[in-house]
Design a protein around this ligand. Structure first.
Ligand code: NAP
Length: 250
């Protein structure tokens, strides 16, 4: 049973999968602290939609790669209630490239956002949730990708490697805090129809690759949000360290 002051922190909650997670979490009774890094308007619309539906939400600008921003994000969450859930969703891709063409700047941005950002947010969450430090426990869901096992050859090996790191982090953190009331899991989406593909220079990717998926279509952000909320819920009380493919069979 969700307590009335339970807060979920959703990074990158203004658009795409994060938006769908924020909306569904609010519908399930969470107060939602969602972050954005550049699109304040999209985040404000999610907050307005949640409030119109009778929920509570706040949007906070936060570059997850910036430690001070992450600390401030969780301080904002504390003002909303008790942080019992984190969805590490914020992530970036880059233009298709071979490894032999990748700049150090590209690699640093990819790893700083997708890996360091997720670990920093998890650090703040664990500090609050752990029964070792007086917390009442909680759950973390990391948004990985099936790219972690496909590898992204010729296009985005750096992105795939960042998600491979997320998978290892999920297993390791899950075991580290399993005795402290905290569960840590990941969802690994396949091709999902969001704006991330445009930011990677391939705006039609979901439509183009959809027919190659065993289920013959790309997924929707809402089809990721459902499994995320399940992993956060008490229905998944004995599930930790799991990486759940949500990929239409791919
Ligand atoms: P999206 O529509 O491009 O949204 C990305 C979100 O991340 C945005 O809300 C963005 O904030 C936020 N963000 C980006 N850089 C950030 C930073 N440095 N600090 C904080 N927030 C940042 O992407 P999406 O498709 O929903 O992807 C969400 C997650 O799912 C990512 O981790 C992605 O790798 C993963 N995923 C997606 C797919 C897919 O096919 N779509 C497949 C597998 C995995 P602003 O709104 O402010 O720009």
């Amino acid at each position: 049973m969700l307590s009335s002051d339970a807060v979920v922190v959703v990074t990158g909650g203004g658009r795409g999968i994060g938006r769908a997670v924020s909306m569904l979490a609010a519908g399930r009774g969470y107060k939602v602290c969602l972050s954005y890094v550049s699109d304040a308007g999209a985040a404000a619309k999610v907050v307005a939609a949640i409030e119109t539906a009778g929920g509570a939400a706040v949007a906070v600008r936060c570059d997850v790669a910036d430690e001070a921003d992450v600390v401030a994000l969780f301080e904002a969450a504390d003002r909303l209630g008790t942080v019992t859930a984190l969805v590490n969703n914020a992530g970036v891709v880059d233009l298709p490239a071979r490894v032999s063409e990748m700049s150090a700047a590209r690699l640093h941005r990819m790893m700083a956002t997708n890996v360091v950002g997720s670990v920093l947010c998890a650090r703040e969450a664990v500090r609050r949730m752990s029964t070792r430090s007086g917390g009442r426990g909680g759950a973390i869901v990391n948004v990985s990708s099936i790219a972690a096992r496909l590898g992204g050859a010729g296009q985005f090996v750096d992105y795939a490697a960042s998600k491979g790191a997320i998978d290892s982090f999920t297993v390791g953190l899950a075991r580290e805090v399993a005795g402290e009331g905290i569960r840590v899991n990941a969802v690994a989406p396949g091709i999902i129809d969001t704006e991330i593909h445009a930011s990677g220079g391939t705006p039609d990717k979901a439509a183009a690759l959809g027919p190659t998926v065993p289920m013959r279509r790309a997924g929707t952000a809402e089809e990721i949000a459902g499994p995320v909320l399940w992993l956060l819920s008490d229905e998944a009380a004995y599930t930790t360290g799991a990486i759940l493919d949500v990929s239409g069979g791919r």
